[in-house]
Ligand binder design. Structure first.
Ligand code: SF4
Length: 386
């Protein structure tokens, strides 16, 4: 039985998430929610039913953005420039959905990147010919688009022919984000990812061979204490066989409400401490070899934002960033951890900022935080579910 599509257009839609690197992109929703929806660590689409949006409805969305953008551009040409106040004045002519579309178009234009992200969790599940129609329409409305990207599951990519992937690339799809999470078969099975290490490698290579940029998401901490080393080694090995354009770190978080949280509460999943995750990332980075990927740390859950650079030339610097943290005295690690998790610190050198440091030290004293109890305090007293 095929996936059912509704007949009635519900208006312009946008889904709940996009990768951090797509913050400036126009979001075009081509399907709703996740067709897999079984990963134990993922909360985004739980209880939500997957549906495809009819191609005609996606085209309607694109046309609305096109029309709104034309209005913004005409006004900008008339007055030579367009301020935020002028945009707000024009927006007052619109109501409800139309105003939302207008602001979406104006924001996209002013952010200036010209990139588009196709939502939701796995846009490549759409028939390649349908997706090609959508891509062609995007490119004909906005020929200046710089990038069109999408999330996709490895399992789905492996079911698309090489020829169809190349067709999508030719139509403008030039970057795919895959949630690899881990290269360890043991970890992938435990988290119910629905794909093996070999499947991830095959899909990653297919994307690259089609001439599409590849971004692989890795989840430090995903193996828990028991599989931390295996997770680091196997993930590095898988990525060494793919040579993705980007490897993006997104540290595991275990908030209430996800299936993994129940395992954590029962003791079946032993969550790594922040310090253990940093050790794991060191092992992982150390094992990345023979590739030219850009390692990115662009998620706010990551403790060390500066583990970000191009391989192989930046590898020593990346390891040094990690070692700079690991060789700090435990009391200093605690201050950084607390400051980072509370949003006061970004990088290790923030430890030398007297005002921020004094503030964090007073919080440490109030919470009676020690190197031994800091992870528990962050989770229980500060209610941060990292
Ligand atoms: S495939 Fe992605 S969106 Fe779907 S459940 Fe897994 S992590 Fe969540």
């Amino acid at each position: 039985m095929g996936i059912k599509q509704e007949q009635t257009y519900r208006g312009f839609e946008q889904g709940p998430i996009r990768p951090p690197s797509e913050a400036n992109s126009l979001l075009i929703r081509v399907s709703r929610n996740c067709p897999w929806n079984r990963c134990t660590f993922c909360s985004v689409y739980k209880q939500q039913k997957f549906t495809l949006r009819p191609v005609a409805h996606v085209i309607d969305d694109i046309d609305q953005i096109h029309q709104a953008l034309s209005t913004v551009q005409q006004e900008a040409q008339k007055s030579g420039t367009l301020t935020a106040d002028q945009v707000n004045q024009i927006a007052e002519q619109y109501y409800g959905d139309a105003r939302n579309v207008f602001y979406t178009a104006a924001n996209w234009l002013f952010r200036g990147e010209g990139s588009v992200f196709l939502q939701d969790a796995n846009s490549l599940i759409i028939k390649p010919d349908d997706l090609t129609t959508i891509l062609n329409h995007l490119m004909s409305c906005f020929p200046w688009i710089t990038r069109i990207t999408s999330y996709a599951r490895s399992h789905t990519i492996n079911r698309i022919s090489e020829e169809k992937l190349k067709q999508l690339a030719a139509a403008g799809l030039n970057r795919i984000h895959i949630g690899m999470e881990s290269g360890s078969d043991k970890v992938l099975k435990k988290i119910n990812k629905g794909v093996t290490k070999a499947g991830h490698i095959q899909a990653g290579r297919l994307v690259k061979e089609a001439g599409i940029e590849l971004s692989e998401y890795v989840m430090p901490g995903m193996g828990g204490k028991d599989l931390s080393e295996e997770h680091a080694l196997e993930t590095a090995d898988a990525l060494n066989q793919i040579n993705a354009d980007f490897i993006r770190l997104r540290t595991l978080s275990v908030p209430p409400g996800i299936p993994l949280y129940d395992d954590y509460q029962s003791g079946a999943f032993k969550k790594c401490t922040d310090l253990e995750v940093v050790h794991e990332i060191r092992t992982f980075v150390d094992r990345l070899d023979g590739i030219t990927s850009h390692l990115k740390s662009d998620h706010f859950y990551n403790l060390l934002q500066l583990v970000d650079g191009k391989l192989p030339q930046d590898k020593d610097r990346l390891l040094q960033v990690i070692d700079d943290f690991l060789t700090l005295p435990p009391e200093e690690q605690l201050i950084f951890q607390l400051g980072r998790r509370m949003g006061y610190f970004q990088v290790l050198s923030d430890l030398h900022s007297p005002a921020q440091r004094n503030h964090i030290e007073s919080i440490r004293d109030r919470l009676q935080a020690t190197p031994e109890n800091i992870d528990q305090i962050i989770e229980e007293k500060l209610q941060l579910s990292i």
